[in-house]
Design a binder for this molecule. Structure first.
Ligand SMILES: *Cc1c(COP(=O)(O)O)cnc(C)c1O
Length: 488
C-alpha cells in the first residue's frame, strides 16, 4: 500500500463513511486533476462524474481560477471580516447581488400576486459551507419573525420530506433523512415536514411504471401541492403560521436526486407567500447553472439565469449558496437576503439588535477571489456552450440505460442526473439498503475509471461543465457495464 494510503488508514476519519469498510481497501489517493479528470498517486486516471461531491463547476486546475487565487495570494490570503472590509469580498457581494436578481424573476413573481412576492436580494452574509449558509438563513429568519410578530410564539419552519440541508444542528433540524438524522434527535429543535413531489414513488401517482422519467407519464391531481396547502392552513389554525418554508428548487439532491414536475415550485411558493412565510431557497446543490440554461435579462448585458428558482420565477427571501460558489476550489458560502431583513437588525449599539453570528474565515479573500473568477467564467460564452453541450449529451446518452432491468427511473435536470436502481422495474420494488446496490455499482464504476457516489440506490451523474461528449459517453457506458456486472 502506498505510504499516503497507509497514513490515511492510520489517522484520517472520513465523512459519511463506514470506516470498517474503508479500512478493508486501499484508498484512491488523489494527487492531481485537470478538467473532468482526476489522477491518483499510482498514476491511474479517473473521470470525476460527481464533480467532487457536487462542488466543481468548470473542471479541475482551471487556469483562470488558478490565476485569480495566485494573484490574491501575492497580496494577502485572509483578513478578518470582524472590523474590516476587503477587496474581493466587496466585489463578490456586489456580483452575487447582480446575478441573483434577474428581471424575469421579478416579472414572473409580480404576475403571481403582490409586490412582496418578488424580493430584491441586496445583502450578503458570508460563511464557509452549505450547512452554515442554512444556519445563517435560519437564525436570521427566526429573529426577523420574532421582531415582526412578537416574542410570544416560537417561529416554526416547514421543510420537505427527505430533505438534507447540512450537518450542523440547525441544518439537521431542517432535515428529514432518518438514516443520517435520527441519532441526533435529542439535540434538535422541532420542525415540520411536508410531502415532496417524488413522482416515481408517489402514492398518488396512478400510472404504471414505464421506461421513462416518472414526471413525464405520471397520472395525478397535484395531491403533493394540496398537501403543502393543508400544512400551511393547519399551522395557521394553530395561531402560529409558519415563519419560513425551506426547499431546494427544481431538484432535491441528497434526498435522492428527486426532481419536481414543472409548475410545482411556482405553486408551493405562492401558497407559502400567501400564508406569510419567508422563502428559504437552498441552492447549495442547484445553484450556478447546474439545473440548465435559462435566458434572462439582467439589465445589461443579457445574461443567463444561474439559479434554479428562477426557472419558475421564484425569488426567495433567503438564497443559500455554497458548493459551487468558488468553482469547487475553496470552502466558502453565502446567504443572500433582503434590505427588509437587514433593517430589522439595525439599532443603537446598546439595543443589541446586532446579528451575533460569524466565523473566523468569514469573507475569506482567497475564496472570494476564486468565486469572482468562477462567476466570470460562468457568464462567458464558453461556459454557456459547454453547459448546453453537456445537457444535450446527457439527454442523448442516458436513455441507453433503460435497456437494463435494474433501472427504475432516470431523472435529469439540466446538468445533473439520478438513476434509481430497483429490484424489479415493473413493480418499483426497491433494493434493501443493506444490499448496498448503489455502493456496489459505484465501486464497479471506479474500477472502470469513473468516480461517483450514490445516494442510497440512486447513482448520481453530475460532471463538471467542461466534460466532453466522449467523456459523458464513457461515464454512462461504465455505469451500464457496472450495473450488468453487479446484478448479472
Ligand atoms: C451539500 C449540501 C448542503 C450542505 O453543504 P456542506 O457544504 O456540506 O455543509 C446543504 N444543502 C444542500 C442542498 C446540499 O447539497
Amino acid at each position: 500500500m502506498h505510504r499516503l494510503a497507509q497514513l490515511d488508514h492510520a489517522h484520517v476519519w472520513h465523512p459519511f463513511t463506514q470506516m470498517r469498510d474503508w479500512l478493508r481497501r486501499e484508498p484512491i489517493v488523489i494527487v492531481a486533476g485537470a478538467g473532468a479528470v482526476l489522477r491518483e498517486v499510482l498514476g491511474k486516471e479517473y473521470l470525476d462524474a460527481n464533480s467532487s461531491i457536487w462542488t466543481n463547476l468548470h473542471g479541475h486546475n482551471h487556469p483562470k481560477i488558478n490565476a485569480a487565487i495566485a494573484r490574491q495570494l501575492k497580496r494577502v490570503a485572509h483578513s478578518s471580516a470582524l472590523g474590516f472590509a476587503n477587496e474581493p469580498a466587496s466585489l463578490l457581494a456586489a456580483e452575487l447581488v447582480r446575478v441573483s436578481n434577474p428581471n424575469t424573476a421579478r416579472r414572473a413573481s409580480s404576475r403571481a400576486g403582490s409586490a412582496a412576492a418578488s424580493p430584491h436580494l441586496n445583502k450578503v452574509f458570508f460563511s464557509d459551507d452549505g450547512s452554515t449558509a442554512l444556519e445563517v438563513a435560519l437564525k436570521l429568519a427566526y429573529e426577523f419573525t420574532r421582531r415582526a410578530r412578537g416574542r410570544k410564539l416560537k417561529p416554526r419552519f416547514l421543510s420537505l420530506a427527505g430533505a438534507y440541508h447540512g450537518d450542523t444542528i440547525g441544518a439537521v433540524s431542517l432535515g428529514h433523512v432518518d438514516l443520517f438524522h435520527k441519532a441526533y434527535g435529542g439535540m434538535l429543535f422541532k420542525t415540520d415536514k411536508v410531502m415532496s413531489p417524488y413522482c416515481y414513488r408517489c402514492p398518488f401517482n396512478r400510472a404504471k411504471p414505464e421506461r421513462a422519467d416518472a414526471r413525464v407519464y405520471r397520472r395525478c391531481h397535484w395531491e403533493c401541492v394540496g398537501k403543502v396547502e393543508q400544512k400551511f392552513r393547519a399551522q395557521k389554525k394553530r395561531g402560529n403560521p409558519f415563519a419560513g418554508f425551506v426547499f431546494e428548487p427544481l431538484m432535491q439532491g441528497a434526498a435522492g436526486m428527486i426532481p419536481q414536475p414543472t409548475g410545482w415550485l411556482r405553486q408551493v411558493a405562492d401558497i407559502a407567500r400567501g400564508h406569510g412565510a419567508l422563502l428559504i431557497a437552498d441552492e447549495v446543490m442547484t445553484g450556478f447553472g447546474r439545473t440548465g440554461a435559462l435566458k434572462v435579462e439582467n439589465r445589461k448585458p443579457k445574461t443567463e439565469g444561474l439559479f434554479a428558482g428562477h426557472h419558475e420565477g421564484v425569488q426567495p427571501d433567503f438564497l443559500c449558496l455554497a458548493k459551487g460558489l468558488t468553482g469547487g476550489y475553496l470552502p466558502m458560502a453565502a446567504t443572500l437576503t433582503t434590505q427588509a431583513v437587514f433593517d430589522a437588525f439595525l439599532g443603537e449599539y446598546h439595543e443589541f439588535k446586532t446579528f451575533f453570528h460569524g466565523h473566523s474565515y468569514t469573507g475569506n479573500q482567497l475564496g472570494a477571489a476564486a468565486a469572482l473568477a468562477s462567476l466570470e467564467i460562468l457568464q462567458g460564452k464558453v461556459s454557456l456552450n459547454n453547459r448546453t453541450t453537456l445537457a444535450r449529451a446527457l439527454a442523448l446518452e442516458l436513455p441507453s440505460l433503460w435497456s437494463l432491468p435494474q433501472v427504475g427511473d432516470i431523472r435529469q435536470v439540466g446538468l445533473v442526473a439520478g438513476i434509481e436502481l430497483v429490484k424489479n422495474w415493473r413493480t418499483r420494488e426497491p433494493f434493501a439498503l443493506r444490499e448496498r446496490a448503489g455502493i456496489r455499482v459505484c465501486e464497479a464504476m471506479a474500477r472502470r475509471g469513473v468516480l461517483t457516489r450514490p445516494v442510497g440506490n440512486v447513482i448520481v451523474l453530475m460532471p463538471p461543465y467542461c466534460t466532453t461528449v466522449a467523456q459523458v459517453q464513457a461515464m454512462i457506458a461504465a455505469l451500464g457495464e457496472s450495473v450488468s456486472e453487479v446484478f448479472q
